[in-house]
Design a protein around this ligand. Sequence first.
Ligand code: FAQ
Length: 316
Amino acid sequence: MENQNLLEKFQRYVDAENKIEAKDWMPDGYRKTLIRQMAQHAHSEVVGMLPEGNWISRAPSLRRKAILISKVQDEAGHGLYLYSACETLGVDRSTLIDELLCGKAKYSSIFNYPTLSWADIGAIGWLVDGAAIVNQVSLQRTSYGPYSRAMVRICKEESFHQRQGYEIMIALAKNGNAAQKKMAQEAFNRWWWPALMMFGPSDANSPNSAQNMAWKIKRHSNDELRQKFVDMTVPQAEYVGLTIPDKDLKWNEETGHYAFGEIDWTEFNEVVKGNGPCNKQRLQTRNAAHEKGTWVREAAMAYAQKQSERQKVSAA
Ligand code: FAQ
């Protein structure tokens, strides 16, 4: 039984908008849910490199290739910040990575969809990074200090990613020829609904939300953030001449928001359970990359050990 006084003190501290730091006392549930969310987030960044990495060798120009390589590297960096933030809570990075590799850990459903054309790369930058930013701008104010600070850095890079994706879509959908416009619309049709699913189940079906909002880990609910994303993205789609693949999408004068159709939650649940179009392929690729990277990790560890021995000798 956790001490009631400590719990109350913790809640007052969070309510006063203070940040919790690694060495502060925290309820077990707070630590557990943070590790869960941050690890899922870290895994998403790492698995998220795969659908885009798939197009590095086929990018349509040197400029596009250089930008894409750099974006994919950024995602690896985001994974690193987040695994490091998890480690501040006493969990070992290799344990988390093992959980990803054996299929036990979750990562964002969005990365289990295939990238079938170059326009998918535009759609990912614009919609997937766009949705990620809406969520992560809110997480900059999360109550756990190391997570909040990681989010500040990540958001800066994500907003650049979002713009490069939208720029690809402008080139294809607004300024492109008929075939490019068609390719852009098809990619948009493929990514629109999965992007809305990134925000998680509806508020009524989100088991973690109530406690996480009370602890200020989450600052806005899944549905609030999803609505924000829709309101922001519809005018951007209209500007480039893309049609939203939703017959129920309509501006609602009264609410001041776009109303949109029902998300296919069966599809969402299947993808989260491992039955999406690319789940198996993603885990296989990730496992193969991990195995191939063994010598790099070993060499890095050997180098770090040598350095620390040298430092000890020169300090003696
Ligand atoms: N996919 O009770 P809630 C990116 C799970 S980063 C899979 O609502 P919560 C950058 C959820 O984990 C994208 N699983 O849960 C990039 C929970 O499972 P559990 C990732 C999902 O935590 C761009 C269960 O359902 N971003 O894209 C999903 O309060 C381009 C019940 O749900 C983050 O992770 C889903 N979409 O809210 C990289 C942001 N949604 O553990 C490369 C941080 C929900 O109870 C290329 N995370 N689940 O069994 C969050 O903000 C939250 O964790 C939510 C879910 C909002 C995702």
